[in-house]
Design a protein around this ligand. Structure first.
Ligand SMILES: [Zn+2]
Length: 214
C-alpha cells in the first residue's frame, strides 16, 4: 500500500503519518524530514537545499525527486506514505516513474481538507513550553495556571517563527497554487479520497483507516 497524504501545512499530515508508521509498519517519506537530515549531514543535496530553504522558498523538483528515489527502496514490502510530496504536477509524474521502476504504484491520495480561516486560528495560536516542549494553544489549550507549564512548571514559552499569520497565509496560498493542481491529475486516476482535516485527530485517523481497509 503506497499512499500520499495531502493537505496544507498545519492540517495534521505529520501526525497521521506517524500513527500509520507505528500501527501499520508503513515507512514515512517526509520531504521535510529527508531534507533536514540531508542538511544536517551536509550532503551536496543538503547544502543546495539549505540555501533555498533559508530563503523561505520551496526546493526544486530535481532535489526532492532525488531524495525520494534514494529513500523509496527502504519502504519496499512495507508501504510508503508520502508526506509533503509531491507538491507539483511535475513531481507527481516523477513519482509515478520512481514507483513504476520498482514495480509499485499508488493506492490512494488522501486529502486532509481544511477550513482556511479555522486553520489560521489553529496555527497562529499554538505555543510550547520552552523547557519540556508541551504543546499549548491561545484558544484551545491554555495552561491550567496562567504562565506555568502543566507538565513541568516551566514559565518560559515559545512560538515557532513560522506560526505568525502572514507566514501561514503565505503557505496556504503556496499550497493552493502549487499542490492543488496535482489533484486533477490524481482525480483522473480515481485515487483521491477526502477526509475532514478539521475533525479531531482520532476522527481523522478513523476516516483514514476506513479508506485503507476499505
Ligand atoms: Zn513544560
Amino acid at each position: 500500500m503506497n499512499i500520499i497524504l495531502l493537505g496544507p501545512p498545519g492540517a495534521g499530515k505529520g501526525t497521521q503519518a506517524q500513527r500509520l508508521v507505528a500501527q501499520r509498519g508503513m515507512v514515512q517519506l517526509s520531504t521535510g524530514d529527508m531534507l533536514r537530515a540531508a542538511v544536517a549531514a551536509g550532503t551536496p543535496v543538503g547544502l543546495k537545499a539549505k540555501a533555498v530553504m533559508d530563503a523561505g522558498e520551496l526546493v526544486s523538483d530535481a532535489i526532492v525527486s532525488a531524495l525520494i528515489g534514494e529513500h523509496l527502496d527502504a519502504s519496499a514490502g512495507k508501504g510508503a506514505i508520502f508526506d509533503g510530496f509531491p507538491r507539483t504536477r511535475h513531481q507527481a509524474e516523477a513519482l509515478e516513474i520512481l514507483l513504476a521502476e520498482r514495480g509499485r504504484s499508488l493506492d490512494h491520495v488522501i486529502e486532509l481538507a481544511v477550513d482556511e480561516e479555522a486553520l489560521v486560528e489553529r496555527i497562529t495560536g499554538r505555543f510550547t513550553c520552552a523547557s519540556c516542549g508541551a504543546g499549548y494553544h491561545d484558544v484551545f489549550k491554555l495552561p491550567k495556571a496562567e504562565g506555568r507549564c502543566d507538565v513541568c512548571g516551566g514559565q518560559d514559552f515559545k512560538r515557532r517563527p513560522d506560526d505568525n499569520e502572514q507566514t501561514v497565509r503565505t503557505r496556504l496560498a503556496e499550497y493552493r497554487a502549487k499542490t492543488a493542481p496535482i489533484l486533477p491529475f490524481y482525480e483522473e486516476k480515481g485515487l483521491v479520497r477526502r477526509v475532514d482535516g478539521m475533525a479531531s485527530v482520532e476522527q481523522v485517523a478513523d476516516a483514514i483507516d476506513s479508506i485503507l481497509d476499505g
